[in-house]
Design a protein around this ligand. Structure first.
Ligand code: HEM
Length: 455
């Protein structure tokens, strides 16, 4: 019989969460949940702890992550944490639901993310990047906030490719409201940890509530307009309008369609934008890598404009983006709750255990990476990648719940990087990177400024 993970002393480097350490952990959670990760998880394969009456298991060993997220995926649900954080905005959509309801939704939209379909979207990705590049050409000398710039670019892409332009969505207001929704997530983590009820007031709660009302109403208008016009557009909105549950034949309600559009808009642009902002920041600090990227872009495009067929050939650009996501994974922690007991390595994991996969810590783990804090895109050279465990690098998660948009994101990121760097060299980043803060996604604590030099 396997040992049960039921005492902190059984885990290597157990995290001593005691009544005395609790206030410090809660304060860290409110400010920045990354600071509340047990420090041992950057060196140990796993850390087990018990807090607020719940068993919590942090996994950093790639093999244990594989065993949990892939082999035992049917023993895991998204759990209360995810519902508390994202449920008010994303309802019971593809990211937050479980079981048959999740499966139906995933199958309904899968076709939109097949490789052949994504290839058709490349021109729209390049066009949005060119639009940003042209705006930058008129911005000369003015300071730019990289995160904001990248959010606008990826937002244009998600709305254009998934919603055929979005019928006049107010992009600025949508962006502001997404930020207002995400701002108080530290409070939600902390209140969840002590088992506080959902109605408990906290700073930022009213603004977040107003944001959800605005965002969902905006999408309701998009759906109503699409139904009214009867236009067939072959995009995600049409797919959701036509989706029927394979078992019952039931169509999605408007609320369910809104859940999913909210999910795709938020999950589908924030993450890539933040990945790109950190990438440009790192390139500004590593001019040698930037020079190599210029060379690759010039060789592949033969000095002409970037075309759809070039994107797949920009292998070093992919390496650079991957290495940036290693250091700054846009989704830094994922979590699950065990819905039944299961076996993990030598341990029995009881039902109700909360599992955390701190991608941020896995990507900086002392046992998995040499000089983990050093930026080195060579790590993603095909040869070097082959010699690593597949789940040592997992910015898009793993198993059946792996990011459905991963191919989309890689294509989009490479297209944006290549288009911008054909015209500009980025410089002027601070010597050290600003501290990353987790607000569901990984944002820099302070804006990432850069200078643009026209090439
Ligand atoms: C660099 C960009 C991105 C990163 C790092 C990222 C990361 C992730 C991760 C880690 C998950 C798994 C969450 C979990 O297991 O709990 C996920 C799920 C998801 N992502 Fe992404 N994502 C990115 C871009 C995108 C894009 C572009 C889209 C859509 C266009 C998208 C849509 C989704 C959806 C719908 C899910 C839920 C899938 C499911 O549960 O079946 N993501 N993403």
């Amino acid at each position: 019989m396997n040992a049960s993970v039921n005492a902190a002393t059984e885990s290597p480097g157990a995290f001593p969460l005691t009544p005395r350490s609790m206030p410090r952990v809660l304060l860290s959670l409110i400010r920045n949940p990354l600071d509340a990760l047990p420090p041992q998880i950057f060196e140990e394969p796993f850390v087990f702890t018990q807090m607020a009456g719940k068993s919590r298991l942090y996994l950093a060993d790639p093999e244990l992550i594989y065993q949990a997220l892939v082999r035992n995926s049917d023993a895991l649900g998204k759990g209360e944490d995810v519902q508390r954080l994202l449920g008010p905005a994303l309802g019971d959509g593809i990211l937050t639901s479980d079981g048959a309801h999740w499966k139906w939704q995933r199958q309904s939209v899968a076709a939109a993310f097949r490789h052949e379909k994504l290839l058709e979207l490349q021109p729209a990705m390049i066009a949005a990047a060119e639009h940003r590049r042209d705006l930058w050409l008129t911005h000369r000398g003015k300071p730019l906030d990289l995160c904001q710039e990248m959010m606008r670019t990826t937002f244009d892409i998600i709305v254009e490719t998934m919603m055929s332009g979005g019928d006049g969505i107010d992009v600025d207001r949508v962006e502001r409201n997404i930020t207002n929704y995400l701002k108080p997530t530290g409070w939600k983590f902390a209140l969840g940890l002590v088992g506080a009820p959902n109605w408990m007031p906290h700073p930022g709660k009213e603004k977040a509530r107003a944001a959800v009302i605005f965002l969902r109403a905006t999408l309701a208008t998009v759906i109503a307009e699409r139904r009214r016009s009867g236009l067939e557009r072959h995009d995600l909105v049409s797919m959701l309008l036509e989706a029927a549950d394979p078992e019952t034949g039931r169509m999605m309600s408007d609320e369910e369609i809104i859940d999913n559009l909210m999910t795709f808009i938020t999950a589908g642009h924030e993450t890539t934008a933040l990945g790109l902002a950190w990438t440009l920041h790192l390139l500004a600090r590593h001019q040698d890598c930037q020079a190599r990227l210029f060379h690759e872009i010039a060789t592949v495009t033969e000095g002409g404009p970037l075309l759809a067929e070039h994107v797949g050939k920009l292998t070093y650009a992919r390496q650079v983006f991957s290495e940036s996501m290693r250091l700054y994974p846009p989704a830094p922690v994922i979590s699950r709750t065990a819905i039944r007991e299961f076996t993990l390595g030598a341990y029995r994991i009881p039902a109700d255990t909360i599992l955390y996969v701190p991608i941020y810590a896995v990507h900086r783990h002392a046992a998995l990476w040499e000089d983990p804090l050093v930026f080195d895109p060579e790590r993603f050279d095909p040869e070097a990648s082959r010699s690593r465990h597949r789940f040592a690098f997992m910015p898009f998660g793993a198993g059946p719940r792996v990011c459905i948009g991963n191919g989309f994101a890689m294509m989009e990121a490479v297209a944006i990087l290549a288009t911008l760097l054909q015209k500009f060299r980025v410089t002027g980043a601070s010597e050290t990177s600003p501290k990353p803060v987790m607000k569901v996604t990984l944002r820099p604590m302070h804006p990432l400024p850069i200078n643009l030099i026209e090439r």
